[in-house]
Design a protein around this ligand. Structure first.
Ligand code: XMP
Length: 514
């Protein structure tokens, strides 16, 4: 039995964060669309209703049949979840006048309530809501208030139902983790028994049983997810795993060679395929971002498949898919911003079954598993990198020469981040979610070097902080660091005479420029 908490998603940006917080408490949870509550799953020990960008009064506001869960599991409603329950059970929700956004303090807390066990008076919480609860249903009572929100939290008198208008999952709710622990452990009886060591042990055992003596193919990207999946599978089935690592020519400087070497040191059975000539030829003259992505995606499938077909008796395709890739998030707008998934299907005649050993893990859990497996730090801490590589960081058409220029600039930036120690001793690299350089190859500007006039290209630097790449803030890198990197790039990289720093957040910008 694997105890789990179900998080029903009403489309809030912070739903995944609730999941991560529970996992940090070593408790297993599943995030499901609000209308997909599993029927009769004996492993469920509690339910959380998430926030939402919608108001309970909006046309098409998401509704859930509470009778499916009420009386069967403890329930915690967060923001919209709390408003929805109050509204549905006979309380009152009204527009708050102005949107309540930001820090607030709980001026009244009922510390005898199990949800608030251990809370300090005045505890800081994070609010973000347009509606507010103005009356709670009969049979419920108030358990916390701020100076402006009377029903900041409520509980049912005689059944295990709680609602909080603030967001305990957000870092600025300083005792948010305590609240979630109170709910999950004390109220739901969660045993907190997830650990990387137990995950490795049970997964290796399951993989041995599932795969037996079968041959398995896995595409490596150099990223942490596929690498951890490969090492895990290698531990379970050894040489029956063949890894394929394709170089499309637009990886970082020396990345193909270095990463291939890392993989070999880890004892992986890995085939490196240098297909850069094909990719450069097919991309020649192509400038439009989506067209570039499509060509790279198509070529990648072709090259990968040609290699995979050589393993004629393969039965499985393994992938480093992780949980956030699979969460069926509620896309309120229904629009595609960028096509991300650039690895298409395998030839049907191969009839491979899918094996995804990391499918339940969040990124930070994958990293913890990586450490448990003894993988090197630089491989585990590696920033995310887009599948199409530097192709989406060269604005304009792609040539090997432009890639070489960008690789040099990018390498100076990334090495700089890795080598720069912050006051707390941590690497600057570890403080950012992801970073890279962008070559504005269609733009030229005038500069002066020595006595010579130059007329060359700018490079933009991009570094962001983020939890999950869905939203991101530009990283506030120290000026001294930026000055040093700018100097190094302009002095050392031929063809670049200007460096800019991108100070756009996502949204409205995206992390990649294309
Ligand atoms: P954006 O630019 O949409 O990127 O803010 C969000 C995250 O996705 C990465 N990214 C990709 N990853 N294939 C990938 O595997 C792709 O085609 C791709 N495009 C963007 C990006 O680096 C960031 O981490």
């Amino acid at each position: 039995m694997q105890q789990k908490i179900i998080i029903l998603d009403f489309g809030s940006q912070t739903t995944q964060l609730i999941g991560r917080r529970l996992r940090e408490l070593d408790t297993f949870c599943e995030i499901l669309p609000y209308n997909k509550m599993p029927k009769d799953d004996p492993d469920v020990i509690g339910v959380i209703l998430s926030g939402s960008p919608l108001s309970v009064y909006d046309d098409g506001a998401f509704q859930v049949d509470l009778s499916d869960i009420r009386g069967r599991y403890p329930i915690l409603g967060i923001c919209y979840g709390a408003q929805y329950m109050s509204h549905a059970l006979g309380g009152k929700v009204e527009p708050a006048g102005s949107r309540e956004y930001g820090r607030a303090n709980l001026e009244y807390i009922d510390t005898t309530d199990p949800l608030f066990r251990g809370f300090e008076p005045g505890s800081q919480v994070w609010m973000s809501h347009g509606d507010t609860i103005t009356a709670i249903p009969a049979g419920f009572h108030r358990i916390a208030s701020t100076s402006t929100v009377h029903f900041a939290a409520y509980a049912a008198d005689s059944e295990p139902i709680w609602g909080v208008q603030f967001h305990p999952e957000v870092f600025h709710s300083l005792q948010g983790t305590q609240l979630l622990r109170n709910f999950v452990v004390d109220i739901c009886g969660g045993q907190q028994d997830w650990s990387p060591a137990s995950f490795v042990e049970t997964t290796v055992q399951q993989l041995k049983e599932q795969l037996g003596n079968d041959r398995v193919i896995l595409g490596l990207s150099g990223g942490v997810d596929s690498s951890v999946a490969a090492v895990l599978l290698n531990r379970a089935i050894g040489r029956n795993l063949t890894c394929i690592f394709v170089d499309h020519g637009m990886l970082r400087k020396d990345e193909f060679r270095k990463v291939l070497n890392d993989y070999e040191c880890l004892g992986l059975n890995v085939v490196g395929v240098d297909a850069s000539t094909k990719f450069f030829a097919d991309l020649q003259g192509v400038r439009e971002p989506e067209a570039k992505r499509k060509i790279i995606g198509r070529d990648f499938v072709e090259v990968f498949n040609a290699e995979a077909k050589k393993i004629t008796d393969a039965k499985w395709l393994a992938q480093g898919t992780i949980y956030p890739d699979r969460i069926e998030s509620l896309n309120i707008t229904g629009k595609t911003i960028k096509s991300h998934h650039n690895v298409g299907g395998l030839p049907e005649e191969m009839q491979l079954s899918l094996c995804e050993p990391l499918q339940w893990l969040f990124k930070d859990e994958v990293r913890r598993v990586g450490y448990e497996l003894g993988m090197p730090e630089h491989l585990i801490k590696r920033h995310p990198f887009p599948g199409p590589g530097l192709a989406v960081r060269i604005l304009g058409d792609i040539t090997p020469e432009k890639v070489a220029v960008l690789q040099e600039a990018d390498d100076i930036f990334i090495q700089g981040l890795w080598n720069w120690r912050c006051d707390d001793g941590e690497r600057l690299y570890d403080k950012v979610w992801q970073a890279g350089a962008i070559l504005l190859s269609d733009v030229r500007s005038v500069g002066v070097m020595g006595d010579e006039r130059t007329y060359e290209h700018p490079v933009a630097l991009r570094a962001v902080t983020s939890m999950d790449a869905m939203t991101a803030d530009w990283a506030h890198l120290p000026y001294e660091f930026l000055a040093q990197v700018s100097n190094d790039i302009i002095n050392k990289v031929k063809g670049v005479n200007r460096v800019c720093y991108d100070i756009s957040s996502k949204p409205p910008a995206t992390i990649e420029w294309e």
